[in-house]
Design a protein around this ligand. Structure first.
Ligand code: PGA
Length: 248
């Protein structure tokens, strides 16, 4: 059966010492639990140091380039993150999509590169405000999945997780309503079921992300088909990350 997941996206925050301290603090306060996957996504520069002292909290990359090597100044390749022992990666975060113009077809290449390197994908999807207000957000999100993820076969897909993050809720303090969250997560589960069958659909963890914090997480995590959270701001503070783990 699928696991509960609590993931922290540290984005472009924390220096090396602060990253190590945050990892040590949350490791000391949480305990390893068979039903949970804990994952943090630190900035690139701190990955190696953290991997070398890693405990039960998994360490993932926020980004990578799908080519193995070559003339891509400033990029870090899928093989380079694999080489230092990375086993998880975010793909399709809305900040990559909007600020760095990553398209569904480029994200598909990243998904394939990750799968080839046995890196578990946390695939992010979510609609902008304009789509939420004037169009069909479920269609928009399922299209993101169809164009970048659903070419995988069942065995490959089983290694992935999906994170639904409405763009208008990220870093804004504006969390989606329980109804909006349940509706989208159930629609995603149903899409998985119609493409891959009930058994595979039941094995995929679907996380919610967007202004999730201890004060609203109990309500969010109890929504239908929500298996955990991808947390930005509140993952930078050890006590709030630990409190979030108590909200399931
Ligand atoms: P937030 O970020 O929790 O700060 O809204 C979530 C994310 O971007 O993954």
């Amino acid at each position: 059966m699928r696991k509960k997941v609590l993931a922290g996206n540290w984005k472009m925050n924390l220096n090396s010492k602060q990253s190590l301290a945050l990892y040590a603090d949350i490791s000391a306060a949480l305990s390893s639990n068979k039903e949970f996957d804990f994952i943090v996504f630190p900035p690139f520069l701190h990955l190696k140091e953290l991997i070398d002292s890693r405990g039960f909290i998994e360490i993932g990359a926020q980004n990578f380039h799908p080519e193995l090597n070559g003339a891509f100044t400033g990029e870090v390749s899928v093989s380079q993150i694999k080489d230092i022992g990375i086993q998880y990666a975010l793909i399709g975060h809305s900040e990559r999509r909007t600020l760095f113009k990553e398209s569904n077809s480029f994200l598909k290449q990243k998904v394939d590169a990750a799968i080839q390197h046995q890196i578990r994908v946390v695939f992010c999807c979510g609609e902008p405000l304009e789509v939420r207000e004037n169009q069909d957000p479920v269609m928009y999100v399922t299209n993101q999945l169809k164009e970048s993820l659903f070419h995988l076969n069942s065995e490959q897909l089983k290694t992935c997780m999906i994170a639904y993050e409405p763009i208008w809720a990220i870093g804004t303090g504006k969390v989606a309503t329980e109804e909006q969250i349940s509706q989208m997560h159930t629609a995603i589960r149903n899409e998985l079921k119609s493409k891959y069958g009930q058994q595979i659909a039941n094995e995929i963890s679907i996380l919610y992300g967007g202004s999730c914090k201890p004060s609203n997480a109990k309500a969010v995590f109890s929504c239908e088909n929500v298996d955990g959270g991808l947390i930005g701001g509140a993952s930078l503070e050890p006590t709030s990350f630990v409190e979030l783990s108590e909200c399931f």
